[in-house]
Design a protein. Sequence first.
Length: 301
Amino acid sequence: MVFKVLFILIALTLSGFGMDLIKVGEDVYMAKGHYGLPSRENRGFISNSYGILTREGWIVIDTLSTPELAREFISELRRIREAPILYLIITHYHMDHWFGISAYKEVGAKVIAHRNLKEFYEEGLADEVLEAVKRAFPGVFDSVKLSPPDIVIDSPVKLRVGRRVIEIIPMTPAHTNTDLVVKVGNVLFVGDLVSYKRIPFLGDRNVKTREWLKVLDRIKEMKPRLIFGGHGDPMDLKAVDWTKEYITYLRENIRKLKDEGLFIDEVKEAMKDTPFKDSYMYEEFHMRNVYSIFNELDMEL
Ligand SMILES: [Zn+2]
């Protein structure tokens, strides 16, 4: 099994920016996005999407960044098994996790998300973000059409589909104020709450890193055998430790530098070089994270 997964991973690496699904568990399939920011070249395929096959149909976790990518994922799922797409569960409100939502509405899936995601939509903020990312990443998000979820949750729910029990557990605020995890047997889908050797993004307007550390402890207590994240390969509990180490390192060091009276530019300079500098997305996210924590620590006082 391990060799098979490795083989498919190598095949995927050689295939450019196409979408090949990887079987990562019993009836669980994954599309693995590329590391990087959205671009015309990668079509915004920078995150993961998962399909869980039940006797009644598919359950999908996260949409990828655009309706085109979402439709491609759906057609790959249907090549594995021609079955209805029953539910789409959105792990949080970042563009690469739900901007493909219209493709799921087209096939009649019921969309489940955190209650705050619906508010984010209804207050017009989602469309503001869409306009901003269209400007920031030209030619990637032009066909995105946002709409609200059908079912919202703000406390844990159990969904019974076929013989499967799907637990959806809000874990917010942490990475954002819309985070939720999905537990199916002993595997856990975590969105961007857990990362391994890829710098997590701590720059969201609703980030709460102190709470995030508590969420990571809760995830550990759930003892998942496998952790499926929004980016990168399937993980295990050591990824939870890695994520905690990065967040804790930033919090502790930035607090110390602030206590010494350093200003933001000096803190940024001092935090350029860290033990995490060889991780993916360091260049893209790390300095933004330092800035974000610098401000967040002020608000915690
Ligand atoms: Zn995210």
